[in-house]
Design a protein around this ligand. Sequence first.
Ligand SMILES: [Zn+2]
Length: 186
Amino acid sequence: MFMQRAALTAARRAAVPVARRTFATSLVRCEAPKDKDVPAPQYKTLSEIRSRDDLFGPGAPVGTVPTDLNQSTGIERLEILGKVEGVDIFDMRPLDASRKGTVAEPILVRSAGEEQFAGCTGFPADSHNVIWVGMTRDRPVDRCSECGNVYKMDYVGPEDDGHGHHDHHGYEEPKTFADYVKPEYH
Ligand SMILES: [Zn+2]
């Protein structure tokens, strides 16, 4: 019994220096460029972004592991640059759940695209399972079929460039019952 315990203790003692050495080695490798005084890579900040060509990272200094800030591109880079300055690029906040949307005062859903879906959980929030309501630029208002909450798309995307995106290859949205409601009932 004593022998077993002694062997275990010895093994533990032997293991610790090995583990330490491994850890220290990787730490040195990570810190090495700083010691050599490599200048931090320059990149464009959020306010300097003018076009998609500005959304390329500078890459990582030789011998280092690149970070997202070093190497991300495109809209991912835009999001990261925003986070650096505390700007929520994609507006990830939940929708207004302080009231129930009505036809006169709908809950606004910001959208940068032609189509937007919003998940309704009722009012108060989480009072029913998620029901997805769909809005388009042509038909911006939709109502939850479970609780009647009214949502309206608040389009914040680019202005129309005259290419007629609304009339893509003659596509027409399928008609719904709403299309046959007499105007006097609206
Ligand atoms: Zn609902």
